[in-house]
Design a protein around this ligand. Structure first.
Ligand SMILES: NC(=O)c1ccc[n+]([C@@H]2O[C@H](COP(=O)([O-])OP(=O)(O)OC[C@H]3O[C@@H](n4cnc5c(N)ncnc54)[C@H](OP(=O)(O)O)[C@@H]3O)[C@@H](O)[C@H]2O)c1
Length: 390
């Protein structure tokens, strides 16, 4: 059966890799709806090449510009929507079987939740969904019998390794971290790290926010929270190990002492294909890994002193949902301020810590509550940055 695919975040790095998988497996996947933000040029090309039934853009103005360009090019078979309602429509279209959730930040949260409630299988790339609304999404997934298949390479690796034993037999899981560009940078130099230096990731090519989050190791912190939710484990059983080769994507340690690891190329098309094809494994020669090129694998513990964001994430995971929402919101604002040259690199964790200290602990009962808590934390972060107290 051909799976009908909706892609939330189609113009982004994950979205484009998903389309590349659809191109490689035309007999398996049919793209029916897309959602993007502001990139009209790429959205136009995707409409021209894929002829989706619906595309949604971030705002009404961008949507009408895209609609005009499509009309002028004689491409009349795609309806152009906008905003959250448009993204929800893309994700819940009746014929859609599988939704790839890859909108950066919380902009895709409502659509992802709506897709779960509509019974769609989810390929989850956007870690913010699990970090900010993990318990609500999991509850809806249980209720609607929906599979949440992780696309994030580490969780995807854990998902694969978990097929080797029962959940009750898992002692702990190990998420691998490349360590980012500052793995060996002395602590004294962290204050002077520039955006250009932080945007150079040694092994993965990704969007700007996730690249900075990798440099601070906050990305790994979000992954710890996401793993706790997805695999129903306490933070103490989700460990991080620095593995500069980014070849082992993560490991699962079982109670009998066996450790299963997943090794593959550093190419997001592989976890995307795994999630889209699950439980099958289609042949993909272009994603083959040449074991002969592997000379050694290094693993070492992360340094919490140089990467305070990781400590903050563990603290938020222990503290509960409102701290996790604040962690994500404050990080997004702080990363943007760093990229704009408004705060130094270490201003990112300092901003987040101040926001966490100011966050009351309430469990959100709905996605609206999550978004309200998210906005409150953002405002708090903006005030802290404006006072230049970081
Ligand atoms: N890239 C990776 O290797 C990787 C790996 C694991 C997990 N992830 C996670 O996957 C998610 C996407 O990452 P990415 O690297 O693909 O990011 P990205 O390249 O920055 O792409 C983000 C996508 O979100 C869209 N978007 C932003 N605001 C939107 C809005 N208001 N409404 C609708 N769409 C909006 C963007 O549209 P425009 O470009 O049109 O504005 C773009 O399509 C993130 O949560 C990231 O943490 C990524």
């Amino acid at each position: 059966m051909v799976k009908k695919i909706a892609i939330l975040g189609s113009t982004g790095s994950i979205g484009q890799s998903t389309l590349s998988i659809c191109e490689s497996f035309p007999d398996r996947y049919n793209v029916v709806s897309l959602a993007a933000g502001r990139n009209i040029d790429v959205a136009f090309e995707q409409c021209r090449d894929w002829r989706p039934r619906i595309i949604s853009m971030a705002t009404e103005e961008i949507a009408s510009q895209l609609a005009k360009r499509l009309r002028e090019a004689g491409l009349n078979d795609t309806e152009v929507l906008y905003g959250t309602a448009g993204t929800v429509c893309v994700a819940t279209l009746p014929e859609v079987d599988f939704v790839v959730s890859a909108i950066v930040g919380v902009a895709g949260l409502e659509a992802t939740y709506a897709a779960v409630c509509a019974g769609k299988t989810i390929g989850l790339a956007t870690k913010e969904c699990m970090v900010t609304a993990g318990s609500l999404i999991l509850e809806a997934a249980r209720k609607h019998n929906v599979a949440l298949l992780p696309i994030d390479s580490e969780h995807n690796a854990v998902h694969q390794c978990m097929r080797g034993g029962e959940t009750a037999e898992v002692k702990q899981i190990w998420l691998t971290a490349s360590g980012g560009p500052f793995r060996n940078t002395p602590a004294a130099e962290f204050e002077r790290i520039t955006p250009a230096q932080a945007l150079k990731h040694p092994t993965w090519v990704m969007g700007r926010r996730i690249t900075i989050d990798s440099a601070t190791m906050m990305n790994k912190g979000f992954e710890v929270i996401e793993a706790c939710r997805l695999f129903d484990l306490p933070p103490a059983k989700v460990r991080v190990t620095v593995h500069p080769q980014s070849t082992v994507h993560s490991l699962v340690e079982y109670v009998d002492g066996s450790i299963l690891a997943q090794i593959s190329v550093t190419d997001m098309r592989l976890p995307i294909l795994y999630a889209m094809a699950y439980p099958e494994r289609p042949s993909a020669p272009s994603l083959a890994f040449d074991l002969a090129t592997l000379s050694h694998l290094d693993f070492s513990p992360p340094d919490p002193a140089r990467f305070p964001c990781l400590r903050l994430a563990y603290e938020a995971a222990e503290s509960g949902p409102s701290a996790c929402i604040a962690l994500n919101a404050a990080d997004e604002i702080a990363v943007a301020a760093f990229l704009d040259g408004k705060i130094p690199f270490l201003g990112i964790p300092r901003t987040i810590e101040q926001v966490l200290n100011a966050t009351p602990s309430n469990a959100p009962a709905s996605i609206e509550d999550v978004l309200a808590a998210d906005e409150a934390a953002r405002e708090c972060a903006r005030e802290i940055i404006a006072k230049a107290s970081v």
